[in-house]
Design a protein around this ligand. Structure first.
Ligand code: JB2
Length: 215
């Protein structure tokens, strides 16, 4: 069976998961179940998809018979998304890569497993997007950027050419990082910040003036 024919189990049933479900359904993919401890029925998109309540319910499928999609968003204050990836990967499960049809992704870029590229995002030539990273709607990852694993590049954020981000970086909505900078691991770039110098690990960059704080 080709991987495209494998049923998908979507982990999480909130806002981020709804966007992924929309993309997958529009591409003709079958979502076998959504796993969410909370009721998913308020969102119309989930009404016809069976719900599992616990992550361990996915274990009734063998790792080779299913693909997982991590629908839990990566937000600065939570490592739930990353721990879900690690839990299922340690058991041999694979995560599907999701790319919206309206995204522009260079065939000269490298997109690793489990990456999610949402509507109207752009990834240009020479860029690499690390495992399980979210490139959210309308974000721009310019040429030769090297985006680490488990990042979230939020809606309309801009990474100019040759920016490097390490693992676990969050770049807020509409933030801009100018070319050639390095953002070290676990740092947070606030929404709307303009970043003009490299950022150390575990540092928060606030707002438009780009003041920094270590946490
Ligand atoms: O342990 C869990 C678990 N804990 C919470 N396992 C599973 N399978 N699901 C879990 N959840 C579920 O994640 C909740 O029941 C809920 O369905 C979902 C979180 O939804 P929420 O809408 O609160 O957040 P989100 O992660 O979809 O979206 C955040 O991140 C996005 C990237 C939001 O803040 C969005 O604004 C943002 N765009």
């Amino acid at each position: 069976m080709s991987d495209l024919a494998l049923p998908i189990i979507l982990i999480g049933g909130g806002g981020h998961a709804s966007v992924l479900a929309d993309i997958l359904l529009s591409q003709g993919r079958k979502i076998f179940a959504v796993i969410s401890p909370d009721d998913t029925n308020q969102r119309q998109i989930f009404r016809n998809i069976p719900r599992f309540k616990e992550d361990k319910d996915a274990l009734s499928f063998k790792p080779d018979d299913v693909l997982l999609v991590n629908g839990i968003g990566m937000m600065p204050e939570s490592n739930l998304r990353q721990s879900v990836n690690q839990y299922f990967e340690s058991l041999g499960y694979r995560f599907e890569t999701v790319i919206a049809d309206s995204a522009i992704v260079s065939s000269f870029s490298v997109i690793e497993e489990g990456v999610q590229i949402l509507p109207c995002a752009i990834v240009n030539a020479g860029a690499c997007i690390g495992k399980h990273t979210i490139v959210n709607s309308g974000a721009l990852v310019e040429h030769d950027c090297d985006v680490g694993a488990h990042n979230h590049i939020a809606p309309k954020a801009v990474l100019c050419g040759q920016v490097k981000t390490e693992e676990g970086v969050f770049v807020g909505a509409n933030a801009t990082i100018i070319q050639n900078l390095q953002i070290s691991h676990s740092s947070v770039i606030g929404a709307g910040a303009t970043v003009t110098q490299s950022v150390n690990s575990k540092t928060i960059v606030f707002g438009a003036r780009g003041t920094t704080n270590k946490y």
